[in-house]
Design a protein around this ligand. Structure first.
Ligand SMILES: [Zn+2]
Length: 252
């Protein structure tokens, strides 16, 4: 009697575990990308969890036009030299922060810089203009609300401030590299920090909405060869096309 109870218990535990693993691995293995049948126009049909990619009304990226003057306060960033890890996640190169000491203040809330990553060419457009590269600095507050700061790049000479990352770009998906010197994300912020603000989403599946978007009006620069080194890793490009603005306003 004891034995059979134990067997039943063990089997049901196993079944539950297997089921949970099944759900999790399903999540992990819903492949998506930027070309062919995994391209952005198909994201919503790849998994029910990606429905917002097709149905969402507040999606990013956008073409920034028809702004309203909202007298936005100066951007409050407090960034410091930090321990980072560079990750090739198969969709972008992402620089993860090990600590939460870099902050953005927005509407009285403190958001911690979690990671930044790159898109080639830019995802957001300004008055129809595309840029060779865009960086996204992803912040989260204590409740998990996201605020993303976009920095656009134009072409010029080599960007030495990006060099510590570009010298260690992990070549294959899943590869990581821990920088052995501190990296200061403040070095990647243009001196003038006027910005556009709008409500949007993640630009990758599951395209979750409720993300506060800030895009700097002033650009940084990088070289053609830096753009090409990144584009080669991304097999050409990793930008989602622009999405309808719908009822949103862009404030500047
Ligand atoms: Zn991004």
């Amino acid at each position: 009697m004891k034995m059979s109870k134990l067997v039943v218990f063990t089997l049901s535990t196993l079944a539950l575990t297997a089921c949970q693993q099944g759900v999790n691995s399903q999540d992990k293995h819903t492949h998506w990308g930027y070309t062919g049948h995994e391209a952005p126009e198909h994201w919503a049909s790849l998994s029910p969890k990606f429905a917002l990619c097709g149905e969402g009304k507040n999606q990013t990226p956008i073409n920034i036009v028809n702004t309203i003057d909202g007298k936005l306060p100066p951007l409050k960033l407090d960034y410091h030299p930090s321990d980072v890890e560079i990750v090739n996640n198969g969709h972008t190169i992402q620089v993860d922060f090990k600590h939460d000491h870099n902050t953005l203040q927005l509407n009285g809330q403190t958001y911690a810089l979690k990671q930044f990553h790159f898109h080639v060419p830019s995802e957001n457009l300004i008055r129809g203009k595309s840029f060779p590269m865009e960086a996204h600095f992803v912040h989260a507050d204590k409740e998990g609300n996201l605020a993303v700061l976009g920095v656009l790049y134009t072409l010029s000479g080599e960007n030495q401030r990006l060099a510590p990352i570009w010298q260690h770009l992990p070549q294959k998906a899943g590869e990581k590299y821990t920088l052995n010197t501190a990296f200061d994300p403040a070095t990647l912020m243009p001196k003038k920090r006027d910005y556009y603000r709008f409500s949007g989403s993640l630009t990758t599946p599951p395209c979750s909405e409720g993300v506060s978007w800030l895009v700097l009006k002033h650009y940084d620069t990088m070289s053609q060869s830096q753009v090409e080194a990144f584009a080669t890793l991304m097999k050409g490009h990793n930008n989602r096309p622009i999405q309808p603005i719908n009822a949103r306003v862009i404030v500047e």
